[in-house]
Design a protein around this ligand. Structure first.
Ligand code: FE2
Ligand code: FE2
Length: 195
């Protein structure tokens, strides 16, 4: 039996019944679908090490492992796991990808952390490209400054070590699914989780 579909082929003809159907379908499928897609993005980081001693996938798992062992809460562990998922599709602004994908499901602090983490990792390499390695200091006083600095110093920065006892994806997958199952903040709806 064919699944139920909307009546319109052009958005200007949408009805309330169509809208209700779309909402039901999204609520039924989106959490799993989103988590699957994001995990696929993460797995696509497996591959060339690009001169590093670990590939981007292991770097991600290792960052999440360090966060978990540091006692970070589940949301921050997931943030650590996914912080570089934009590396392939947006090498010049990879921070914006994880920040944008996760924004509806995480705190403002963790969104800021994701969006700005390169200014803090840049402390280690900006001087090699003629930039000011202290660029992150422009954000001193921001509520997420200390957390982002700790994220980079304790999770992201050290996670290029092939000898580290990195936990497998199976450890983190249920956490990713729980985060994406949260009622999302919406860009165009006023309140979190509004129908
Ligand atoms: Fe990064
Ligand atoms: Fe990273």
């Amino acid at each position: 039996m064919a699944s139920e579909t909307v009546s319109f082929t052009c958005m200007k003809d949408i009805t309330q019944k169509d809208w209700d159907l779309i909402v039901r379908e999204h609520e039924a499928h989106y959490p799993r679908h989103l988590a699957d897609d994001v995990l696929d993005m993460l797995k696509r980081l497996k591959g060339p090490k690009l001169g590093f001693q670990v590939d981007r996938y292991e770097h991600s798992l290792q960052s999440a492992t360090r966060a978990l062992r540091d006692g970070a809460d589940e949301e921050l562990v997931v943030v650590a796991l996914l912080h570089d998922i934009g590396d392939l599709i947006a090498p010049e602004n990879h921070c914006d990808v994880a920040a944008g994908v996760l924004k509806p499901y995480i705190s403002e602090q963790n969104h800021w952390l994701l969006k700005h983490h390169v200014y803090f990792t840049g402390y280690y390499f900006f001087q090699f490209v003629g930039m000011d390695r202290a660029m992150h200091k422009q954000f001193v006083g921001h509520p997420a400054y200390a957390a982002t600095k700790h994220f980079v110093e304790a999770y992201d920065g050290p996670s290029f070590d092939p000898k580290y006892d990195t936990l497998p994806l199976e450890t983190f997958e249920p956490m990713v699914r729980r985060v994406f199952a949260r009622p999302p903040h919406s860009q165009w709806r006023e309140t979190r989780g509004a129908a």
